[in-house]
Ligand binder design. Structure first.
Ligand code: MOS
Length: 821
C-alpha cells in the first residue's frame, strides 16, 4: 500500500557524498528563511490535538493488547496458566508465541529484536505475554489475572553494579560506537607529571522515558504488515521488524507521522511492536498495544550507570601531557552495547599520552541502550568535573586551563578539526554570564541562608551524517496564492525536535516559495528512506537530502528555461535571471576541446565519404548520414524565449508538464570528510547555584550555554533544543536515578512521580547563545548537530558550581542534599 506517490524509477536524482568541502546555496538564495526563528509549522495541529500519535489511530475491528511482565530477575518459566484470564468477559486470547517472544537486545545503539521472553527471564519486567481483548479495560484485567509460575525463583541474578565491578569484562569493539585507544605511555606520563590527579566518578542509571509511551497499532493486509508506531528511525526499524518476523523488508510498512519524544528509547523497535504484529496475525484483526509508564521504564531501555576513572597529568602551568578515561558500564548478559563515555575525550584536550578504555559488567537489570547524548551526557560529567578539580589544584581559572589545552588538531588521530569553536563559545558564554564576578575561593559567598557558587564546563559532541533520501515535487495547485506548491517526501521523523519546520524552511528558501506553499510528508516507510532522528544528525542528513532534491529541481528548471543553474534565482514563485554564468572547470575543458573535436570529425567525415564511395553507398543514404552528423539533435527543446527575460512564473512553467508537476530526488552520503576531518559541535556551559546552609537544598539559579553547531536552521527550534538539553543537565546533576531493588531486581521508581526530573520550579532562567560558525565539511547546508551538545557538560557546570558554593566535591551523582550535609 503506497500511501503517497512513489514516483518513477528514472526520477532525476542529485547525489552527494561528502568527500570535500562544498559551498552552500543558502549563502546565495534571496529569501533567507533558513535561520529565522519560525514558529513550528505543526504547532497548531499539536496543541489542538489534531496531530495523530500512534495510539490514537483506530481501525475497523481493532482490539487491544496489554503486555504481561516477568516478576523475577533471572530464571525460567515453568507454566503460564491462562484459564482464569480467558474466562474474563471481553478477553480474546493470551498470546505467548515462544518463537517470537525473545529477549530484547540493543546492538550498536538500536534495539534489534524486541522483547517478549517466553521461557527464559533475564530481568524483572521482561515482557512474557500479551493479553488481547475487545476493550483496553478487559485486557488490563486479563493481564493482572495471568498466573505465571517459575522454575527456580532463586537463580543467581546480578543486581548490584558496584558489587559486580570486579567481574568487569572487555567490550566487543566490533559493534560498539567507540573503541579503546592508547597512545604514548599514559601511566608513565602520569607518574612523571609535575601535577596530576587520579579520580573516580559514578553516574547512576537513568530512564529515557519519553512523554509519549511506546505504542503500536498493527494490522495485516494479506501478507503485508502495516504498523502505526512510535519510532525515531523508521527505515532501520522496518528492517528489524522484518528480521524478527522473518518477513521480506518490502512486506512491512511503518507509519509514525508524529512522535512524542524518544530520547533514544525509540531508535529501534520496542516490545509492544512485535507483540502487536503477532497478535494481529493470530487474530486476523488490528491490534493496538500501548505500553504503560512502568513498562516503558522497565522494558525498553535505560542509560547505564557508569564508574569512570579520570587521570590527568600536566606541568605546573597546566599544559596536559596525559589524559586517561577508563570506564565500566553495565548491560544484560550477552549485550554488546556499552555507554560510550569517552567519545569526545579522544579530541577535547591536548596530551601526547592518552588512554580510553571501556569495560562492562553483566547485570540482570533493564536493557541498557542509547539515551540522549549517549556517552557525552555522562562522560563529560567526569571529564569536566576533573578539569575543574585540576584548575583548582593549579590555581588557574577553569576557562584559562581549557584555553591552554586547546589542541591544534585532533590529538587522537592527527587530523584537523573541520571547525572548532570551543574558545568562541567560552568567551561569548563567559561574557554574557558574567564569569568574571566569580570568586574562585569556595564557600565565600553567603546570601541570606544560601551559599552561592558558579561553575562552568566545556561541551563537545561529534558530528556525523547518515545516508538519507528525499523527494521534492513541485506541482500546480490553484488553491495556493502563487498557483504552485512543493511537496516533500521522506520517512524521516519529527520527534518534537522541529523536523517539519526546518525542512519547510530549507525547501522554501531553495525553491523561492513562502512557508505555506510547502507540504511535508514525513514518517512513513513508503517514502524515501532517511537515517531518522538520532545522534543529532537527523536535521543535517535529511535536510541535506531535501536540499539536494531542491537543487536538482533548480537545475531542471534552469534547463527548461535555457539558463545555467548559477544564473537563476527563485523568488516568490518566480524564476529570474541573475548575474552571469561562470564556466566550471568541466565546461572549460569541453570548450578547449571543441576545435580538436571539430577537426577529428572533419577527418572522420573524409574517411567515411571515401569509404562510402568505395562500397557504392547510395547518395541519399550518404546525405542523411551527413545531415545527422552536421546538425546535432537538440534534445532539450527550450519552450521559452528569454532574450528579454525578466522573470517567469513557476506555476506556468510547471503547468507545461503533462502531470503538472516536476519531481526530483536527493541523496546524501557520508564520505571522506568524516575520516579526514574531526567534526564536532562545541559549547560552554555556565551555572549559578544556591545551596541552603541549613537543609543542604540545592537550587540552580541561572544557566548560560553557548553552542556552536554550524549553520543554525531555525533559531527558535535550535534554542528550544538547547533549553531541553540544559534542563536535562539539571536532572542529571541533581535528580535522575533509576533504582533497582537489590533483592529481586524490581525497578523501584518506575514512574514519573518517583523518578525525579526537573519541573518548572526547578528550572531557572536559562540563556542560550548560538555561536556563529560556518563548516563547509559537514554537508551542503553547513549544519551540525546541536541538540545533544547542549546536554554535554551541563551537569558538570552545576556540580562545579556546587563545589564553588560550599567547597564539597561530590563525585557520585546525582548530587542530592544528603551528600552535602
Ligand atoms: Mo538519541 S540517544 O541518538 O535518540
Amino acid at each position: 500500500m503506497a500511501l503517497f506517490n512513489s514516483g518513477a524509477q528514472s526520477e532525476p536524482t542529485k547525489k552527494m557524498t561528502m568527500n570535500e568541502p562544498v559551498e552552500s546555496l543558502f549563502d546565495k538564495v534571496p529569501s533567507k528563511l533558513v535561520g529565522q526563528p519560525i514558529t513550528r509549522v505543526d504547532g497548531s495541529l499539536k496543541v489542538s490535538g489534531q496531530a495523530p500519535y500512534s495510539a490514537e489511530f483506530h481501525l475497523e475491528g481493532q482490539v487491544y493488547g496489554v503486555l504481561v511482565s516477568a516478576t523475577i530477575a533471572k530464571g525460567k518459566i515453568k507454566h503460564i496458566d491462562s484459564r482464569a484470564v480467558e474466562a474474563i468477559p471481553g478477553v480474546i486470547k493470551v498470546v505467548t508465541d515462544p518463537k517470537h517472544f525473545v529477549r530484547n537486545s540493543q546492538q550498536g545503539g538500536a534495539t534489534k529484536s524486541p522483547t517478549q521472553g517466553v521461557t527464559e527471564i533475564f530481568y524483572h519486567g521482561q515482557p512474557i505475554a500479551a493479553v488481547i481483548a475487545e476493550t483496553f479495560e478487559a485486557a488490563t484485567e486479563g493481564a493482572k489475572a495471568l498466573k505465571v509460575t517459575y522454575k527456580d525463583e532463586t537463580e543467581d541474578a546480578v543486581l548490584d553494579f558496584e558489587a559486580a565491578l570486579s567481574d568487569a569484562h572487555a567490550i566487543d569493539e566490533a559493534t560498539g560506537s567507540d573503541k579503546n585507544q592508547t597512545q604514548g605511555d599514559p601511566e608513565q606520563g602520569l607518574t612523571d607529571s609535575e601535577v596530576s590527579l587520579d579520580l573516580v566518578y559514578h553516574t547512576p542509571s537513568q530512564s529515557n522515558s519519553p512523554m509519549e509511551p511506546h505504542a503500536t497499532l498493527a494490522h495485516w493486509e494479506g501478507d503485508k504488515l502495516i504498523m502505526y508506531t512510535s519510532n525515531q528511525m523508521l527505515a532501520s526499524s522496518k528492517q528489524q521488524i522484518a528480521d524478527a518476523l522473518g518477513l521480506d523488508n518490502d512486506k512491512v510498512q511503518l507509519i509514525a507521522r508524529y512522535v512524542g519524544g524518544g530520547f533514544g528509547s525509540k531508535l529501534g523497535i520496542a516490545p509492544e511492536s512485535i507483540a502487536a504484529a503477532i497478535s494481529a496475525k493470530e487474530l486476523g484483526r488490528p491490534v493496538l498495544i500501548v505500553m504503560t509508564r512502568p513498562q516503558v521504564m522497565e522494558a525498553t531501555v535505560r542509560r547505564s550507570n557508569t564508574r569512570q576513572r579520570i587521570a590527568i597529568g600536566c606541568d605546573k602551568d597546566g599544559i596536559i601531557n596525559t589524559f586517561i578515561h577508563n570506564s565500566i558500564s553495565s548491560n544484560l548478559p550477552g549485550e554488546s552495547f556499552f555507554e560510550p563515555v569517552a567519545l569526545s575525550t579522544h579530541f577535547l584536550y591536548r596530551g601526547e599520552n592518552r588512554q580510553v578504555e571501556y569495560q562492562m559488567v553483566d547485570t540482570n537489570q533493564v536493557l541498557s541502550g542509547s539515551m540522549r547524548a549517549p556517552g557525552e551526557a555522562v562522560g563529560q560529567i567526569a571529564v569536566e568535573c576533573a578539569m575543574d578539580e585540576l584548575a583548582i589544584k593549579l590555581n588557574i581559572d577553569p576557562l584559562e586551563l581549557r584555553r591552554r589545552n586547546e589542541p591544534e588538531q585532533d590529538p587522537s588521530q592527527d587530523i584537523p578539526f573541520s571547525t572548532r569553536s570551543l574558545i568562541a563559545c567560552m568567551e561569548q558564554g563567559a561574557e554574557k554570564f558574567g564569569w568574571n564576578e566569580r570568586n574562585p575561593k569556595p564557600a565565600s559567598r553567603l546570601e541570606g541562608d544560601w551559599w552561592m557558587g558558579i561553575g562552568m564546563a566545556a561541551a563537545a559532541r561529534g558530528n556525523s551524517l547518515g545516508t538519507s533520501e528525499a523527494r521534492v515535487i513541485l506541482q500546480v495547485d490553484s488553491s495556493k496564492e502563487l498557483g504552485i506548491k512543493a511537496v516533500v517526501e521522506t520517512d524521516m521523523t519529527d520527534i518534537g525536535t522541529g523536523s517539519y519546520t526546518v525542512f519547510t524552511q530549507i525547501t522554501a528558501d531553495l525553491l523561492g516559495l513562502p512557508i505555506d506553499h510547502i507540504e511535508m510528508k514525513l514518517g512513513d516507510t513508503s517514502l524515501p528512506p532517511a537515517v531518522g532522528s538520532g545522534g543529532s544528525k537527523g536535521a543535517s542528513s535529511s535536510g541535506s537530502s531535501i536540499y539536494l532534491a531542491c537543487q536538482q529541481l533548480r537545475e531542471m528548471l534552469a534547463d527548461k528555461v535555457g539558463l545555467y543553474p548559477d544564473t537563476i534565482q527563485l523568488r516568490a514563485g518566480q524564476i529570474e535571471k541573475v548575474g552571469e554564468h561562470e564556466a566550471t572547470s568541466t565546461e572549460a575543458i569541453i570548450e578547449a576541446g571543441k576545435d580538436i573535436a571539430t577537426d577529428l570529425v572533419d577527418k572522420a567525415t573524409d574517411v567515411v565519404d571515401n569509404l562510402a564511395e568505395k562500397i557504392g553507398l547510395s547518395a541519399s543514404n550518404q546525405k542523411s548520414f551527413q545531415q545527422e552528423r552536421s546538425e546535432p539533435n537538440v534534445s532539450q527543446q527550450k519552450s521559452y524565449d528569454f532574450s528579454n527575460f525578466q522573470s517567469y512564473s513557476l506555476a506556468d512553467i510547471i503547468g507545461e508538464y503533462d502531470e503538472k508537476k516536476l519531481s526530483a530526488k536527493g541523496e546524501i552520503k557520508p564520505g571522506k570528510n568524516a575520516k579526514n576531518y574531526r567534526q564536532a559541535s562545541f559549547g560552554a556551559q555556565f551555572a549559578e547555584v544556591g545551596v541552603h546552609r541549613v537543609t543542604g537544598e540545592i537550587r540552580v539559579k541561572r544557566m548560560t550555554g553557548a553552542f556552536a553547531g554550524g549553520r543554525i536552521l531555525n533559531h527558535k527550534t535550535a534554542t528550544s533544543q538547547c533549553y531541553g538539553g540544559m534542563v536535562f543537565g539539571i536532572g542529571s546533576a541533581l535528580m535522575e536515578e533509576i533504582i533497582h531493588d537489590k533483592h529481586d531486581g524490581r525497578l523501584c521508581n518506575h514512574d514519573l512521580s518517583e523518578y525525579h526530573i526537573p519541573v518548572n520550579a526547578d528550572v531557572p532562567q536559562i540563556e542560550v547563545i548560538l555561536v556563529e560558525e560556518d563548516d563547509r565539511y559537514t554537508n551542503p547546508m553547513h549544519t551540525k548537530g546541536i541538540g545533544e551538545t547542549s546536554i554535554s557538560g551541563a551537569a558538570a557546570a552545576i556540580a562545579n558550581a556546587i563545589y564553588n558554593a560550599v567547597g564539597i566535591r561530590v563525585r557520585e551523582l546525582p548530587i542530592t542534599l544528603d551528600k552535602l550535609l
